[in-house]
Design a protein around this ligand. Sequence first.
Ligand SMILES: [Zn+2]
Length: 296
Amino acid sequence: MDLIRLEQLVRSEKAAKAFFKRFCWPDGRPVCVKCGHEKVYRLGDQRLRCPACRYTFHDLSRRWISSGGLSCRDWLRLLKLFELGLTANRMAPQLRLTYNTVYKAMTNLRLAILASGLDANQLFSSCSGLDLGQGGPEPGAWNRYPVFGIIEKQGWVFIDLLPNMRAETVLHFNLNFSLKLTRLGNIVYTDRYQRYDALIFCGDDDLPLNYVNIRGKGAYVDSLKGSFWNYARARLKRYNGVSPRRFPLYLKELEFRYNHRDQDLIPLLSERLCAQVPEYAQSPSRCVADASVANQ
Ligand SMILES: [Zn+2]
């Protein structure tokens, strides 16, 4: 989106909201966000009501965009700065918002990106130590360090969550089967493994990362020029001290950015931001239950 168009849209809340509304109702026709009923009507105050379930809602209700209390103008300006790769620290003064507000909004945007992926259900519902950004549960030891596989084919990258693989197992492969490992701070990645260019996870002080047996120099992904890993490594270095809980958010953001690297990100981000928050992402308490079952 060019800057002139963006300027026009952020000049009024009405224009900015109209922009996002198009992403909420791609067919132009609102439907009930609760029961899916196709004939809803508008009330005098512009809210919508469903005749089937009596639910009353706004165009932006139950969507990622409605969490965090930002106006549509603020969201649009934030999307532009996000596209440019600014950190929350640098964005806050430009947006005239507090750091916490911007940080929460960016977390929601990253969750929206993650939720658009094919493995979103698995990532959310297995609660892979994910920082849900809503005061979610502290993850237990179970799946605290989710392991992902990276595959790149013809310029597209796929970052798969490997639910049955644990970080401890990867370390074990390193010690016993000489699977080459490389570290980037707390981030550990391997040489080629099965169909993956690399396995990757983010650890912390509770994992014996200092004992990682690094043989030789550079994993397979380090030898690829102009690849996803080249692109991601430089960016991951900028996120000072990535935590295991936030790592999946950053990784999925990088996957999104890389796969759309030549495109205008604002419409793509708006589409994700205006998607409905899936049921499985709404209740962090369910993750606690899941984790306790898995620990038994
Ligand atoms: Zn309804």
